[in-house]
Each structure stands twice: as C-alpha cells, then as structure tokens.
Ligand binder design. Sequence first.
Ligand SMILES: O=P(O)(O)OC[C@H]1O[C@H](O[C@H]2O[C@H](CO)[C@@H](O)[C@H](O)[C@H]2O)[C@H](O)[C@@H](O)[C@@H]1O
Length: 397
Amino acid sequence: MDLSNSSPVITDPVAISQPLLGGLPSNLMQFSVMPGGYSGSGMNVSVSRLKIEEALVNGLLDAMKSSSPRRRLNAAFGQDNPSDEDPAYSAWMAKCPSALASFKQIVASAQGKKIAVFLDYDGTLSPIVDDPDKAVMSPVMRAAVRNVAKYFPTAIVSGRSRSKVFEFVKLKELYYAGSHGMDITASPANYEHNAEKCKQANLFQPAREFLPMIDEVTKSLLQVVSGIEGAAVENNKFCVSVHYRKVAEKVKTGPHLFLFCFQATASSSDNVASCLQDWELVARLVNEVLEAFPRLKVTNGRMVLEVRPVIDWDKGKAVEFLLQSLGLNDTEDVIPIYIGDDRTDEDAFKVLRQRGCGFGILVSQVPKETQAFYSLRDPSEVMEFLNLLVRWKKHSM
Ligand SMILES: O=P(O)(O)OC[C@H]1O[C@H](O[C@H]2O[C@H](CO)[C@@H](O)[C@H](O)[C@H]2O)[C@H](O)[C@@H](O)[C@@H]1O
C-alpha cells in the first residue's frame, strides 16, 4: 500500500500558524512531517500472510525478551548490581563513561557556551516501578530539576502524554514534549487541556490528525488485552502504551494444556487468552489489532509496546525543534545535554552526535548499544549530575 496518497505531508496548520516564542521562524517550517515507512516488511506480496504475521510476532517477541533488563543483567553479569571490576561492564564504561566521573570534561567543553538540558521522565527522573500511575518523582528530584531550570533552558521529553508528565513533574518553568515528542509546548507552562487555551498556546503537534485513530486503537487494545493478567493499556494522546511488565513471560503449561492452546490458537483469540497468558500472546494480539491500522506502528520500550503513528517524527526531531524554536540552534554557542534511559531516547542521542555538539547521557546499569557519549546508573545519579551542573554554574558566574 502506498501511503503517500492517503497522507500527504502532515503538518499542523494551527501550530505552524501560531506564534512560537514571538513567531515561528521560517526555518521551523522544515519541521513538517513526512509519512514514514511501515515498521514491518509486510509489503512483499510474494510472502504468505501467515509468514509475515509470524515474522512480525516473532520479531516483536524477540524485542520484548531482549528488552528485559533482568534477563540481560543476568546474562551479562549473573548478578544484580554489576561492579566496575566486571570486565564486560568496565569495557562498556570505557566506551560510555560515567557522566559524574567525566564531569570536569563535560563542563570544560561547555565553558563560555549555553547549556540546554533535555530530560526523559520514566527511568530517568523517576525509578521504574510496576504501576505506571505510581511513577512519581521525589521531592528532592523535583528540587534538582527546578534548580537546573533556573540556570539552563530545560525541557522534559517523554513518551507519556504531555498532561500526564506535567502531573508528575509539576514544574511550570519547563518546556514539555509529550507523546515521544509529538506534543510540544515551546513556552513554559502551556500544559492546559482547554481547547481555547490550546489554540493560543505555542503547541506543535505533528500527529494531530491521528488523534481519532489513537482513540480507536486504544479501545481495541483495551478490549483484546483485558483477558491477559497483568497487561495494561495507557493512552498517551498521540501514542498508546501496552504494558507487559506484570505479565508472566511464559505460563507454564503441561502437554495437555499446550495441545489445547495450540488448537485454540487456530480457532479463536478468546480461547487463547484463557490459556496462554504470556508475552507471546501480548505480541500476537497487538499485532492482530494493528493489522486494521496500517498507519500505526509498534516499537518496544522497557517492558512496553508503544503504538504510534507512522510519521517521521521522534524525540530527536523534538529536540531539534525545541532548540530551533528556543533560539538555541547555534552549534558553536549551545551545548545540549540529553539524559534518557530508553530506546526512544537513542533518536535524541543520535541527533546530538550528528550535530557534533552536545551529548547524550544514557541511564543504565547494564551495557547497551548506544549513541550516548556518557552514562549514569540510575535516577539518583541523574539527580547528582543535575546538582553538580547547578553548583558548577553558580561558581562560574
Ligand atoms: O519516554 P519516557 O518518559 O521514559 O516514557 C516511556 C514510557 O514510560 C512509562 O513506562 C515505563 O515506566 C513505567 C513506570 O516506571 C513502567 O511500569 C513501564 O514498564 C515502563 O515501560 C509509561 O508508562 C509509558 O507510557 C511510556 O511510554
């Protein structure tokens, strides 16, 4: 199917025609969004539909398994808290050193320049917890972010809806990019939902035309996963998360049950749900739902499948957009620092690498393939880093 006919260049007329910090500069017009390709390669008509489905489900399942931190942790280290003495870990640290240990180098490169700070939310400012609604930010972390924002332009770039992440962060002085960067306010405190206020706000929402589709797919996803113990669906406005953190990876079945499940798979999803409550079932059902939504794709985060529009827009593009709209686009003068823990943050790390200025900091306790320059182990180290930045800035003023 050719998407170029069904969806030409998608732009946000309201956002583009709205003033953005005193008027959208003409160079921001480049931020129109072209439809991207499909996430799967299901367009090859010579491959049977069944094979395509299996490949998609298996691909999704592999991604789900490989994104399980405990699995990787155990595989890599056989322990929960890798130490610098572990050769695999120290090899990774040599490639992606601690931003705390490298703090002097970081600030030396920022000497005489402006720093702009971009922060992911889950896993970066708040520890990962089982219940997404309970991922609150500690008061000390909030104080650290508030202080950072006093000295540096600071933005939150999250997969959550903008309103939800604001509920957690509660700081009006920041810029917010929700829904993986598909919902940006380039003025602090424009977090209102009210339609009239939204119109006046400096909003950039490149996937606005997908709103009804996202609501529809949310309903379908809620319906199909309702029978899976532990699965949850979270509507993030321009994208949807299907959480499987609390779903058993594989329900242990005896030979009889296995046979029943196998037969049930061939006949009805409802029957399958009653016996195969595991990750494979989640992958299968999400994939099935998405067959009816060819303009949506699925990616994998930390124990979450993220359903989102097939558009060429991500956290990296959101960072570029914010830098430009905030007048921070001069690569000679501005050092953007992006801190994040997730695969979706890699898009932002990549952008900073390509610009040749600024750097990404990956929050991770385990070695990961990354475009980030530095690492921090967990949110408490993120807080330490933010506090150091503030202290350095105060002393250098
Ligand atoms: O870009 P982020 O701010 O990191 O958002 C990415 C997803 O974060 C949330 O899920 C993750 O954190 C949850 C709470 O700790 C955890 O339960 C879940 O397993 C993680 O994947 C959020 O709930 C998702 O909607 C975001 O897409």
